[in-house]
Write a protein that binds this ligand. Structure first.
Ligand code: NAP
Length: 249
């Protein structure tokens, strides 16, 4: 039976490549995007490559839209095999300079801006996962992959030799730490079920998120999510991985 996957934030960047990678593996991909025009265009791009993909409107900050997406999946497929929570932002729209000390350091307080980042990167995962869980439970062995980041790792953040030592921000890294714990908590709740829940880090990837300063191509960044979305029954749950293997929390 063909697997059904939903990827959030899949109209560009790493999410689009996760969609392409899963579709190339023969999976029916529901390409989640918050904007109809951008989502339709991305889905058409993959369909033009002969891939089985359709756009589904998913704004992860809008519980009503997410509920409608779940309703559509239930009506048309009856289940969901793979959920990739990929949508993420590093700063509220229109605010540049991720690492501008004045804006992002703990001492440069703008709680509202941080709330916006948390709304997508943390609570977005919860909203989408909870809406999709009834459908994931109906699959034989569903997989949930949360795209977080090693900048949310305590071990990495506090390592002076890490390339991320200079990243001092209360928004993005803190949201990814929270997303990692969200992953762990879902894994625990679903421990004795066939559903596996893991977090992945794509690595520093050239996308709009970092104004294309990353050194990996989006297709490379997508690889770990594509792999973890398809792990077998002997695979891990409650873990955090990049392409090289397990990461420290
Ligand atoms: P990107 O190119 O900026 O893509 C982000 C995606 O998230 C876009 O499709 C965007 O949609 C979507 N999005 C934003 N807010 C949304 C919302 N409220 N509802 C639904 N979708 C929303 O960035 P990316 O680098 O591919 O990031 C993908 C994931 O990888 C993120 O979780 C990011 O934190 C993570 N990550 C990236 C890197 C990196 O180096 N790039 C490293 C580690 C982790 P719009 O086009 O409509 O804005």
């Amino acid at each position: 039976m063909t697997k059904i996957a939903l990827i959030t934030g899949a109209n560009k960047g790493i999410g689009l490549e996760i969609a392409r990678g899963l579709a190339r593996d023969g999976i029916t991909v529901l390409l989640g995007a918050r904007d109809d025009g951008r989502g339709e265009a991305a889905a058409k791009q993959l369909r033009d490559e002969g891939l089985d993909t359709r756009f589904l409107r998913v704004d992860v900050t809008d519980a009503g839209v997410v509920a409608q997406a779940a309703h559509t999946i239930e009506a048309e497929y009856g289940r969901l095999d793979i959920l990739v929570n990929n949508a993420g932002i590093s700063r509220p729209d229109g605010v540049r300079a991720v690492m501008d000390p004045a804006t992002w350091r703990p001492s440069g307080a703008s709680v509202d801006a941080r709330r916006d980042v948390f709304a997508v990167n943390v609570f977005g995962i919860v909203t989408v996962t909870n809406a999709m869980l009834p459908l994931l439970r109906r699959a034989d062995a569903a997989r949930i992959v949360n795209v977080t980041s090693e900048v949310g790792s305590f071990a990495v953040a506090l390592d002076e030799s890490s390339p991320y030592w200079g990243m001092i921000s209360l928004a993005y890294p803190v949201s990814k730490t929270a997303a990692n714990m969200v992953t762990a908590q879902y894994a625990k709740e679903l421990w004795n079920t066939p559903i596996k829940v893991n977090a992945v880090c794509p690595g520093y990837t050239a996308t709009d998120l970092n104004e294309h300063t990353g050194f990996k191509a989006p297709a490379e960044g997508a690889r770990i999510a594509v792999r973890m979305a398809q792990i077998g029954a002997d695979g891990p749950t409650g873990g955090f991985f990049n392409e090289s293997g397990p990461l420290p929390w």
